[in-house]
Design a protein around this ligand. Structure first.
Ligand SMILES: Nc1ncnc2c1ncn2[C@@H]1O[C@H](COP(=O)(O)OP(=O)(O)OP(=O)(O)O)[C@@H](O)[C@H]1O
Ligand SMILES: [Mg+2]
Length: 240
């Protein structure tokens, strides 16, 4: 059993998160959210727009810092790390697929996929370039020269997924990763995420896509910044 599993994997404990609007008024995006995300499990986070799904994902990644509670991964209390340590932790542990992709429009697909490695080291080993090409081929992204801005939304989404997987992270946090895909590609990406969980990774996906949530070991339903207790329909789809 891995040390992370022994220590409970990735975990949110009573996490509260607050934003401030332009006039300084506070918006409570998360209210005491507690949840466990075990390695080897695919968790789907579902719920209406504005319910805090992306905020929870960003809190798990150490991008949003909770004003109360904590995020832990194994023995590391991620939410208590300083900003640079959190950035380093995220780079080493998390593959992120952002809801808005966060690709660099001017760069091509391969350069975007290689970005996380470029933060890590000045000179890229050829093996990483090969891995990036293989990931793009696996997701059927055309290896065209030219900026990703000229790719379709669905192609851009798959570049974002390839980038998230480049460094083979133990945690994958994906925000609506099939939202821009046709049903066939959506099913393939859902199957890929499920297979990664089966291979031992901690996979958390915010999704409105039934193809993806049907494969989940755990479905967290959010409303107004809170996680609702599991409904019988969710427990029925849980894998023992
Ligand atoms: N950076 C921010 N500044 C201010 N308010 C924010 C910020 N990010 C999120 N919020 C607010 O926090 C709440 C939760 O937002 P969040 O993006 O987590 O929702 P969501 O469930 O992901 O919604 P969607 O399904 O539309 O993506 C919303 O009321 C949103 O307006
Ligand atoms: Mg969102």
């Amino acid at each position: 059993m891995s040390p992370d599993r022994l220590h409970g994997g990735l975990e949110a404990r009573s996490v509260g998160a607050v934003f401030f609007d332009a006039s300084g008024a506070s918006i409570q995006a998360l209210h005491k959210v507690s949840a466990q995300f075990l390695s080897g499990h695919l968790t789907a986070i579902v719920g209406p727009s504005g319910s805090g799904k992306s905020t929870l994902l960003h809190a798990l990644a150490g991008i949003v810092v909770p004003h109360q509670g904590e995020v832990r991964f194994g023995a590391t209390v991620v939410s208590q790390l300083g900003e640079r340590q959190r950035d380093a932790w995220r780079l080493a542990h998390c593959g992120m697929v952002f809801q808005d992709f966060r690709l660099i429009d001017e760069l091509d697909a391969l350069s975007n996929t290689l970005l996380p490695a470029q933060f890590q080291r000045a000179r890229l080993p050829e093996v990483l370039r090969e891995r990036a090409r293989a990931l793009l081929a696996r997701f059927e992204v055309p290896l065209r020269a030219g900026p990703v801005a000229r790719l379709s939304r669905g192609e851009q989404q798959r570049v974002a997924l390839a980038r998230a997987l480049l460094l083979d992270p133990p945690i994958i946090l994906a925000d609506e990763p099939t939202a821009s895909l046709d049903p066939g590609n959506g099913q393939r990406i859902a199957d890929e995420l499920h297979a990664m969980a089966r291979a031992g990774k901690t996979v958390v996906a915010v999704t409105h896509d039934h193809k993806l949530s049907a494969l989940a070991d755990q479905v967290l339903r959010m409303t107004a910044g809170q996680v609702l207790l599991p409904q019988p329909a969710d427990t029925a789809s849980m894998v023992a």
